[in-house]
Design a protein around this ligand. Structure first.
Ligand SMILES: *Cc1c(COP(=O)(O)O)cnc(C)c1O
Length: 366
């Protein structure tokens, strides 16, 4: 082979998405990717279908209508917002713009795996800081800063742990980081959280020109298939990202569905209410069964299993699969004793609870 791949690219451990299929027939309970339990808004689906008439047209490359709608929603200006092909796209653009070979990209030990992938893809070095009780530790992040640090990613709430840090801690992080380090607040699950001390970070964006917050239509809006995300930051950062984004990075039907989905407040409310009911229900079941749930403010639950091979996370994952329940293994996140389980539709949550109970009871009689 005479081609030379850029250094670091072949060191990337490719992202492994949640499983979505099983052999055989019958329903599959997909609880492996934190997708919406209720699906997409009807209005978003209709807007998407209407877009079919214009499939021969290029999309509006600047996503003007959607950005204007998002700006209105959060009290920002359109030039402070960028849309992307999922928030993944934007996290990668941020990394490309602000880090390169020799630079360090900092994130928390069990943070979202897109961060190290983005860092390595631009030749930068991913650096992790330890967590406390599976929660972002601001002091540890600050202690890990070096003169080479260019970006600090914090998912708040974090996936896969489900934990969050309060507004005061995010502020302390920004104040403790050097001014030349961009703080990226990934608030993919913000809509699910109603803790009084939680913030998505937008007030820091208003105050600082070195903070950016990313959001997604993939979770509570139920539009994961369309790949639609956005970010809010100082207009100087957003301007930089617009220069390097794909010229037509958001498909027209995705823009249409996004605008309609954003307007469908009832749908978001119903999705939140579903999670507010079934997350605590599932937590109680998991505890009753004798397993250990980690406190979660998202639409998913991280569950710790015993290390006994009859009862461990690998055995549980296999057993759940035999019941057609798909969940996420956590070895890639350094959490091999855990499974991450999405609070999906009612039938799935009940099937999963039943299967976990049977798994533990079965292991006890082996
Ligand atoms: C799901 C998720 C995203 C969103 O990804 P998209 O590319 O918008 O689908 C971003 N960050 C975290 C932490 C997530 O869990």
């Amino acid at each position: 082979m005479t081609l030379h791949v850029r250094p670091g690219i072949l060191d990337i451990a490719a992202y492994v998405p949640g499983e979505h299929d099983l052999p055989g027939s019958g329903p599959i309970y997909k609880m492996s990717s934190n997708e919406s339990a209720l699906g997409a808004s009807r209005l978003a689906m209709e807007a998407y279908v209407q877009g079919a008439a214009d499939l021969h047209r290029y999309p509006d490359g600047a996503s003007h209508v959607l950005r204007a709608g998002l700006a209105r929603e959060i009290g920002a200006k359109e030039d402070e917002i960028i849309c992307g092909t999922g928030s993944d796209d934007i996290l990668v653009l941020i990394t490309r713009a602000y880090a390169g070979p020799g630079d360090e990209v900092l994130y928390s030990r069990h943070g979202f795996l897109i961060y190290p992938i983005a860092a390595q893809s631009v030749g930068a070095t991913p650096v992790t800081a330890p967590e406390k009780d599976l929660t972002t530790d601001v002091d540890a992040l600050l202690a890990a800063v070096t003169p080479r640090t260019k970006i600090c990613f914090v998912a708040n709430p974090n996936n896969p742990t489900g934990s969050y840090i309060p507004a005061s801690e995010i502020r302390r992080l920004r104040e403790g980081l050097p001014a030349n380090v961009l703080l990226v607040i990934d608030a993919a699950y913000a809509e699910y959280v109603d803790k009084p001390d939680y913030t998505d970070g937008s007030e820091l964006v208003k105050e600082y020109d070195n903070v950016i917050m990313s959001r997604t239509f993939s979770k509570i809006y139920g539009l994961a298939a369309l790949r639609l995300g956005w970010a809010y930051g100082h207009k100087s950062i957003i301007d930089v990202l617009h220069r390097i984004r794909g010229v037509f990075n958001v498909a027209a039907p995705a823009q249409l569905a996004g605008v309609a989905g954003l307007a469908d407040k009832d749908h978001v409310k119903r999705s939140k209410a579903h999670n507010d009911y079934w997350l605590p229900w599932f937590v109680a079941e998991v505890k009753r069964i004798g397993l250990h749930p980690c406190p979660s403010v998202g639409n998913f639950l991280l569950v710790r299993f015993p290390t006994d091979p009859k009862l461990n996370a690998d055995a549980a994952e296999k057993f759940l699969k035999s019941r057609r329940v798909l969940v996420r293994k956590m070895g890639a996140y350094g959490l091999p004793d855990y499974l991450r389980i999405t609070i999906a539709e009612e039938a799935a949550v009940k099937a999963c609870a039943q299967a976990l109970g049977d798994f533990v009871a079965g292991a006890a009689t082996q």
